[in-house]
Ligand binder design. Structure first.
Ligand code: AMP
Ligand code: ZN
Length: 463
């Protein structure tokens, strides 16, 4: 598998510590609002990567955090606490807010055929681990206390700017206009490991610690969760491109300071989804969600297809037109796939070159758009219908576009409404009110819902 590595800034042969086994870590969502379709682009491409790795023969163990502790928008302790703001906005507790949006996130993932990671770790459940690692960093001389907080001392690591050869002055932290410098910091890029004093006096979730009652900083959670569940050597770390600095840079600094050896060999970053107006962002409001797309008559698979059509290392620009074109193409593609019969032989020798091309596309820095071209190549080939169907089924194990899945017929009534009508009919029958029972049956039939009675109850089909 050849994959671009942000660390070396080249496409290189992907290597793992244990042959054929990948430890994979993904930065998860901050659960103070719905994921927008930009966030979902990142998760779709990471899912495609995981499935591609499995397809080419790796076993994958994947871990994701859920940021359910106040997430500051920058390191200067002058940003906004997104969880607290969200809780106030929605008159919920921070816990309720996190539970609601975690659930909403995984519902979106399920609708988009994004596999749930093997381990999903909410930050609030890992605080003991954060405290243990911060204490170790303090013992090793990589952390200092100032103004009630514990900071990571970036001047103590051999190489801080791992991803880029930026000069210190090029880094933006603390120098953005309007953002006041945190006077407690010894070096501009130092960051908070543990807060006991921040401007958020009414912080909802606090824990006791050797440094006083407080809460962890932004970066420590991913390092700790990754090391706890995947060990001291990580093969693959993923996230959106905005995570490169400072988040992933700080993750590397603190993890390697703690471990005393290199930590993660390969960094995979997905470029952003932008609108014509610029980057889509959760905190700016006015963003598109998956539900807004489905309300507008699109299916989640159409969005997945739209994402897979472009390479993860290109910025993807969303517009109504480009998305509509992708959706139209997807509908045609799916109709062609569904129209395939089952006739003919599955000639393995004839199928093999198509499989090889598909694998090659995935192994060429996850070229998903080329992989989709392979689907079209199969459809227009001279292979038998049975062979085409078998190949499409196999490819769809990676693309996960439900190409061969018949859509369930939709009824104007929801499943709950149908069940309620069936229950009302059963009650009418029990009360020997057969006229009412027949009326309900006829009413459902008029909506295309056919009832079938059996000793174990009543089932229905939609026609
Ligand atoms: P957040 O929930 O804000 O922590 O973001 C979740 C993931 O989405 C992170 O990996 C971000 O890097 C990524 N992300 C944020 N904005 C975008 C965007 N406009 N396009 C693609 N990915 C994004
Ligand atoms: Zn992270």
């Amino acid at each position: 598998m050849k994959l671009y590595n942000t660390l070396t800034r080249t496409v290189e042969e992907f290597k793992t510590h244990t042959p054929n086994k990948v430890t994979m870590y993904t930065c998860g969502p901050t659960v103070y609002n719905f994921a927008h379709i930009g966030n979902l682009r990142t998760y779709i491409m990471e899912d495609a990567l995981e499935r591609a790795l499995r397809y080419v023969g790796y076993g994958v163990k994947r871990v994701m955090n859920i940021t359910d502790i106040g997430h500051l928008s920058d390191d200067a302790d002058s940003g906004e606490d997104k969880m607290l703001l969200g809780a106030k906005r929605e008159h919920k507790s921070v816990k309720e807010l996190a539970a609601f949006y975690t659930d909403a996130f995984f519902k979106d993932c399920a609708a988009l055929n994004i596999k749930r990671p093997d381990v999903v770790a909410p930050a609030t459940e890992e605080v003991a681990e954060f405290i243990r690692v911060i204490s170790a960093l303090e013992e090793k001389g990589f952390a200092y206390k100032a103004g009630g907080n514990v900071y990571f001392d970036t001047s103590k690591v051999k190489q801080y700017h791992t991803f880029f050869n930026f000069k210190e002055d090029d880094l933006e932290v603390g120098v953005r206009e309007g953002v006041e410098e945190d006077e407690n910091k010894r070096n501009k890029n130092d960051f908070v490991l543990w807060f006991t004093k921040s401007k958020f006096e009414d912080q909802a979730l606090k824990w006791d610690s050797p440094w006083g009652v407080g809460y962890p900083g932004w970066h420590i959670e991913c390092s700790c969760i990754a090391m706890k569940h995947l060990g001291e050597c990580l093969d693959l770390h993923c996230g959106g491109i905005d995570n490169v600095f400072p988040h992933h840079t700080n993750e590397i600094a603190q993890s390697e300071a703690y471990l005393g050896h290199p930590w993660c060999g390969h960094w995979f970053h997905v470029l952003h989804l932008n609108t014509a107006g610029g980057k889509m962002s959760k905190s700016s409001g006015g963003f598109l969600t998956l539900s807004k797309l489905t309300e507008a008559g699109f299916s989640p698979m159409e969005y997945r297809f739209f994402c897979l059509l472009s390479h993860y290392r290109n910025t993807l620009v969303y517009s109504e037109d480009t998305f509509q074109n992708a959706a139209n193409a997807f509908r045609k593609l799916k109709a062609r796939a569904l129209a395939l019969g089952t006739d003919g032989e599955k000639d393995e020798a004839a199928m093999q070159p198509f499989r090889a091309s598909f694998k090659e596309a995935l192994e060429s820095d996850l070229n998903t758009s080329q992989a989709i071209t392979c689907v079209y190549d199969v459809l227009k080939s001279a292979l038998s219908a049975a062979a085409k169907r078998a190949l499409l089924e196999e490819f769809d194990g990676v693309l996960c576009l439900d190409l061969l899945k018949e859509e369930k017929k939709q009824s104007a009534l929801s499943a709950e409404e149908i069940e309620a009508a069936i229950a009302a009919r059963a009650a009418a029958k029990k009360a020997k009110n057969y006229a009412e029972a027949d009326r309900i049956r006829a009413e459902l039939a008029a909506q295309g819902i056919k009832l079938k009675d059996s000793p174990s109850g009543t089932s229905y089909t939609i026609e």
